[in-house]
Design a protein around this ligand. Structure first.
Ligand code: F6P
Length: 328
């Protein structure tokens, strides 16, 4: 319940920061539309924190965000700003928000972007964080915007690679993104029926888990092999060379790379981003800033910024157990 101590915010800025992710546009659109619905002025800040400290922002109306829901990338663009990481850069960002009368900044991004948001909040500029990264590696939420689309993109690519691997009786080693985490690789591996999935969350004995497993499969009559490696675990080119040299099975490496970051967002990413964007605005309307929007038990909630930043998560033992049963 609002009382006289509850801050009344009238103007917000929204920015996307760090690596882009499909669904970021859906989140911006939701922030703009919900903001306008509640009578807030909404500024779109271009190029992340870099644009904030340079005052690159404009008022967005409901019209400004039409035809954005289905588009990949972020129409506000994003950047990794070195200047923002300095005290001078942070001060510039805070004073630029004052110049434009921005009361709260909604930051859509990953872990690094959240650290920037915390720095702003410590200097007196209230923030709200929305999880946007394909990696799903933010400790305080079950789900991040862009994760579902990236996994579907990777799954479709690997289905194609399987066709050619099978025709040639080859091993296809595919490196997937995820930074230091294996969420994308783990799930895509299960969805594609990969023979072997190498992720940072699981220890690997290369001789036993890769070479022996492949040779035993070959001896049982297997005609092709899909090996998925998370980028945080190893290098597809090096692994393919090692497999071929040790087993005699012809191997080819594919690094899927930034293709995983592009494309029209899936239904799940659009819907989740829309809910999260509205939640962010409703926090502002209720005078509750310095919050992180999160998914817990499948529901969109918001958490205290400092507490959320200390939370961690990993791939569960149960998930790993099921994947193990289904491999080879
Ligand atoms: O965080 C998203 C991500 O795509 C990671 O999976 C990857 O490690 C990194 O960004 C790549 O960053 P850049 O776009 O700077 O090459």
């Amino acid at each position: 319940m609002a009382d006289s101590a509850t801050p009344r915010y009238t103007s917000i800025g929204v920015l996307t920061s760090g690596g882009d992710a499909p669904g970021m546009n859906a989140a911006i659109r939701a922030v703009v539309r919900a903001g306008n619905y509640y009578g807030l002025r909404v500024y779109g800040i271009h190029k992340g924190y870099h644009g904030l400290l340079r005052g690159e922002m404009e008022v967005l109306t409901n019209r400004s965000v039409s035809e954005t829901l289905q588009r990949g990338g972020t129409f506000l663009q994003t950047a990794r700003s070195k200047e923002f990481m300095t005290e001078d850069g942070l001060q510039k960002a805070v004073s630029m928000a004052r110049v434009f009368g921005v009361d709260v900044v909604v930051v859509i991004g990953g872990d690094g972007s959240y650290r920037g948001a915390l720095d702003l909040s410590k200097r007196g500029l209230p923030v709200i964080g929305l999880p946007g990264t394909i990696d799903n590696d933010i400790g305080n939420t079950e789900y991040t915007i862009g994760y579902d689309t990236a996994m579907n993109t990777a799954m479709q690519a690997i289905d194609k690679l399987r066709d050619t691997a099978s025709s040639h009786e080859r091993c296809s080693v595919i490196e997937l993104m995820g930074r230091g985490a294996g969420y994308i690789a783990h799930n895509v591996g299960m969805a594609c029926g990969a023979e072997i999935v190498l992720i940072p969350e699981k220890e690997t004995d290369f001789d036993r888990d890769v070479l022996k497993a492949m040779l035993e499969a070959r001896n049982r009559g297997k005609k092709h092999y899909i090996v998925i490696v998370a980028e945080g675990k190893g290098d597809a080119v090096e692994i393919a060379a090692r497999i071929e040299a040790s087993t005699g099975i012809e191997a080819r490496a594919t690094i899927l790379g930034h293709i995983q970051r592009g494309g029209s967002p899936t239904l799940r990413d659009r819907v989740m981003a829309s809910h999260m964007g509205v939640r962010a605005v409703e926090c502002v309307v209720q005078g509750r800033a310095d919050r992180i929007v999160s998914v817990q038990g499948g529901k969109v909630v918001d958490l205290d910024l400092q507490e959320a930043m200390a939370m961690t998560k990993t791939i569960s033992e149960e998930e790993l157990r099921v994947a193990q049963i289904l491999s080879l």
